[in-house]
Ligand binder design. Structure first.
Ligand code: FE
Length: 129
């Protein structure tokens, strides 16, 4: 289900950090977020709209300082777009339902997908299993 809100509306329900990162494509500093070293069993959800995004079973320690997963929880959990900002060509990862900026995906992850979804903690919430 698509979710559309104005910046003013998002600001009411998000912290300043979460608003900046999810709605303005910001990035938290490595090793500062609440989930990079988080190891509980459960589902990581979108901080903006609550959509289920990543299962803890697919989380791995990438050494990057950001929570990293080898695949989304379902094929329609995220959208991907080409991002050419900051003089790099990367693939941006967004919440499929509300368009929240989550992070980027890189082709240097572990099996079975070989992908590394490098996600900002501030874009996520967590539901314990
Ligand atoms: Fe969302």
């Amino acid at each position: 289900m698509k979710v559309e809100k104005s910046d003013e509306e998002w600001k009411k329900s998000l912290s300043e950090d979460a608003f900046h990162i999810t709605r303005k494509k910001g990035t938290e500093r490595a090793f500062t977020g609440k989930f990079w070293d988080h190891k509980e069993n459960g589902i990581y959800t979108c901080i903006c709209c609550g959509k289920e995004l990543f299962d803890s079973k697919t989380k791995f320690d990438s050494g990057s300082g950001w929570p990293s997963y080898y695949e989304p929880v379902s094929p329609d959990a995220v959208s991907e777009e080409k991002d050419t900002s900051h003089f790099m060509t990367r693939t941006e990862v967004l919440c499929h339902d509300c368009g929240a900026h989550l992070g980027h995906v890189f082709p240097d992850g572990p099996g079975p997908t070989g992908l590394r979804y490098c996600i900002n903690s501030a874009s996520l919430d967590f539901k314990e299993k």
